[in-house]
Write a protein that binds this ligand. Sequence first.
Ligand SMILES: [Ca+2]
Length: 272
Amino acid sequence: MQKSPLFVRSLGYLALISLNFADARVARSEDGPKYGPNAQAFSLGQQKAYFEKGAGPDFFRLLPFYSHQDTGSACSLAALTTLLNAVQSMNLKRSVNASTKNFTPQEMRKNLLSADYVARMSGKALQALKVKQSLGISISEFRDVVEKTLVKADLTAEKPDVKLVEFKKVEGPHRAQEKAQFLSDLKKNESSGGDFIILNFLQGILTGDPEGMIGHVAMVAAYHEKTDSVLILDPDGQYYEPYWAPAQKVFEAITDARADRKSPGYLVVTVK
Ligand SMILES: [Ca+2]
């Protein structure tokens, strides 16, 4: 399929000037592979090894609510939709019943989200400019959106804990400790159903698509310790399905300074 030179997709934080960046992107060969060496489509089989010992609780909680972004800047909103539906299904405050609706981006825009965030998720730079914003969102700002939306949706018995784990913008010896923290969080998250990880990352590092070298937001569905790989629920459904990626590459993708205009990082959301 022919991609428009101004085609903008899957961005977590796109400044207005990024339209120029998108312009400059190198179009991938139409005949090239869908995924590079750092991503394996979920449908291609690694899950067989993952399921040998049974999947973690997040996988079953999140997969039924996997959401695609509906605009070029709404990846974080898609992840938020998945998160809210997953938390709602946990019946932490009240049990779902026949009248309980699933959350959808359309209804959330109308009834749950701030005008500011809605404009930033619109995919339309001028609409974002009207509220003095640019398209997309930084992970630190998204932390606040996740917390406020979970509270407003009133799905938990206790106030949700939304922790931002930030990385230094520059490379250095601190990366070893940061990676150890990330792996520790992945392992803990994999074993517990009461917490979830939301990544902010440079999509192209994982997919191999030069057009994807921009910030992106997605939930972690699983961590397979045996193969040291992470199942990413990439909301860029126009092009991708969930895929496995080596934890080392995921770490590189989330620490890359280009992933976030402020400072790169990820969220650990704990609900009770
Ligand atoms: Ca978990």
